[in-house]
Design a protein around this ligand. Structure first.
Ligand SMILES: [Mn+2]
Length: 311
């Protein structure tokens, strides 16, 4: 074993694969949800988990969970943090929304019971509702980085599409509050901007978030309170993240997203994270979108969990 990133099977971060991990196996449990049938436009996010896993191996050369040094911020990250890859949730194509949701929730709950931090790789954004259902008791604050509010009340007969995970989680009281960063693009009445505002969702529109110091962006989050982060990769500008189903011009740079994510998890206490809407078919050969997804995962979890050791 040379530890070469490009050799071996591409689990996330080349972490060991354990289908039902316990705390003995790791600290962060990766779970893929390759599902994109709730997409309203371009499909393909079902291939997101594999794409993110493959690109993640680029950073997998460290041994024995030694820390990374981020020279730009002068900080050590992820020292002593062990990842374990628990594989994918497989969902039947003919299943009802309720059955799909239940199946996802039932895979996340044991990870929480085992004391692991779930890191869920989508999949389209519909999966976030089902993941949050496993957090019902802890009621974390939901932090959403996303072009879209995903607060659509309903789309025809479907209540759990990728346009509605936030409204469903919010109205079912799975979360203690909602903060959105990066909202932009053309909105229709179905986006329910007014409804979200009326219910207390705090929305930082993309241009506003870019122009506001990060300390102010997170000041309303209760210090050390549980925070769940959902990162819809379309919050990034399409010039650096084209591989997604519903891109919009004018998004965050990598640095802007990183700064917000790190400020959020340093203010609150990170209890779980998902990254959704990576659709590699539109990504091109450079794997840009998956690369940014993987790197922002490391930046966020690295800032959110204590780091042991330095070198
Ligand atoms: Mn979304």
């Amino acid at each position: 074993m040379t530890g070469a990133p490009f050799a071996g099977i591409a689990t996330f971060f080349k972490a060991p694969y354990v289908a039902a991990p316990t705390k003995a196996d790791g600290d962060v449990a990766v779970l893929g949800v390759p599902f994109d049938e709730s997409t309203c436009h371009r499909p393909g996010a079902r291939f997101g988990p594999r794409a993110i896993r493959e690109v993640s191996t680029f950073w997998a050369y460290r041994e024995e969970a030694e820390p990374f040094y981020d020279g730009e911020t002068g900080e050590y990250l992820l020292g002593g943090v062990r990842f374990v890859d628990s594989g994918d949730v497989e969902l039947g194509q003919t299943w009802s929304e309720e059955r799909r949701n239940r199946t996802i929730t039932e895979r996340v709950s044991p990870l929480l019971s085992a004391g692991l931090l779930p890191l869920v790789l989508g999949g389209d954004h519909s999966i976030t509702y089902a993941v949050l259902a496993a957090f019902r008791e802890g009621r974390p604050h939901l932090v959403q980085l996303d072009t879209h509010m995903d607060y659509w009340d309903e789309v025809g007969d479907m209540r759990y599409t990728h346009g509605s995970p936030i409204i469903r989680a919010h109205e079912e009281d799975l979360v203690s509050g909602v903060t959105q960063y990066g909202t932009r693009g053309f909105h229709t009445v179905r986006d329910n901007v007014a409804l979200a505002r009326q219910r207390g969702v705090r929305t930082f529109w993309c241009r506003e978030a870019k122009q506001t110091p990060v300390d102010e962006l997170v000041a309303h989050i209760e210090p050390d309170s549980p925070v769940y982060v959902t990162l819809d990769i379309d919050v990034l500008d399409p010039s650096i993240a084209p591989g997604t189903g519903t891109p919009q011009p004018g998004g965050f740079s990598y640095e802007q997203a990183k700064a917000i994510l790190q400020a959020v998890v340093r203010r609150g206490k990170l209890v779980g994270m998902d990254v959704v809407e990576v659709a590699p078919a539109y990504d091109g050969p450079g794997q840009l979108t998956a690369m940014h997804a993987a790197r922002l995962i490391f930046d966020t979890i690295g800032a959110g969990l204590p780091c042991e050791g330095s070198f």
